[in-house]
Ligand binder design. Sequence first.
Ligand SMILES: Nc1ncnc2c1ncn2[C@@H]1O[C@H](COP(=O)(O)OP(=O)(O)OP(=O)(O)O)[C@@H](O)[C@H]1O
Ligand SMILES: [Mg+2]
Length: 129
Amino acid sequence: MKLIIGIVRPEKFPDVREALWKEQVHMMTVVDVRGCGQQKGYLEEYRGVIEEVTLHRKVMLLIAVNESYVKKTVDAICGGARSNGGKIGDGKIFVLPLEDCMRIRTGENGVSAIGGESKEASAAKERKK
Ligand SMILES: Nc1ncnc2c1ncn2[C@@H]1O[C@H](COP(=O)(O)OP(=O)(O)OP(=O)(O)O)[C@@H](O)[C@H]1O
Ligand SMILES: [Mg+2]
């Protein structure tokens, strides 16, 4: 299991979400954040005072996936977030090992808790067959 953290431009978030949905990735946590990359800051004048702006508005996505979803999730974020030809500030993607995950409702954990279907739901489906 991996935890994928994507940090993207806010205006690109709708494209990123659509690309993820196309890959059946619907489960995500989205946070408005501010951050700074390798360009550090820039100077901006506000009410006659020149200030250094070091933090830009970004959207952070947290997506926990099973191994088989890692590549398609990363590719979808990248595809949706990249500006024409790629521009400074387009964002970053971090892939972290994920030790465990628990679905609180059922108490199930690990690989079966992470995905779209609980053990209970798939067992019910099996029974119907
Ligand atoms: N090393 C890092 N650690 C934590 N957050 C980071 C790091 N690098 C980038 N970020 C986050 O990602 C956002 C977007 O980064 P950004 O795309 O500017 O990366 P970059 O390394 O500066 O690449 P580029 O040169 O293409 O701009 C930053 O505003 C920050 O929130
Ligand atoms: Mg940058």
